[in-house]
Ligand binder design. Structure first.
Ligand SMILES: [Zn+2]
Length: 153
């Protein structure tokens, strides 16, 4: 379980690996620009399957590898969806390489180009971290309640 959680956390951050290409000064319209290919559905599916195949290939994980790949894919997509809530950049290339169109959700409360870093961090703490912490706390409580109701044999 710890391995899955660590892999999911890494997958949630993985789409921003595209910043390594910033020194190349790629045009914003490039499929390799920030928030393009690595934030796409194709990348999420491919990376989730590859990571599940490579890091969960031993016998212990084999039976649940499909579910693990699904969790990793959702973690990868969560990054792109959170980015789509922001006003930074041109938007998210959800369908790169099939379409260069960039998308942003109609409600994009994160980021103000003229804002300060501290203001943006406060915004993200309120709109991203707080709900995530609440969901994690609720999940922990449900798990704990189930464990108390049905103790392990
Ligand atoms: Zn991103």
């Amino acid at each position: 379980m710890v391995r899955v959680c660590v892999a999911a956390a890494a997958c949630a951050a993985l789409p921003d690996v595209d910043v390594l290409l910033w020194p190349l000064n790629l045009p914003d319209t490039s499929p390799f620009a920030h928030r393009a290919l690595t934030h796409s559905l194709v990348f999420a599916v491919t990376a989730a399957l590859a990571i599940a195949f490579v890091f969960f290939s031993d016998e212990r994980w084999r039976a649940s590898r499909t579910r693990i790949a699904l969790v990793l894919g959702l973690a990868l997509l969560s990054h792109s969806c959170l980015d789509a809530l922001s006003t930074y950049s041109l938007g998210i290339g959800f369908f790169v390489p099939f379409s260069e169109q960039r998308y942003r959700f109609p409600w994009s409360p994160l980021g103000r180009p003229g804002g300060t870093i501290a203001g943006q961090l406060r915004q993200e703490a309120l709109l991203v971290f707080l709900p995530a912490a609440l969901i994690a706390w609720l999940a922990w409580r449900i798990r704990r309640r189930r464990a108390v109701a049905a103790p392990a044999a």
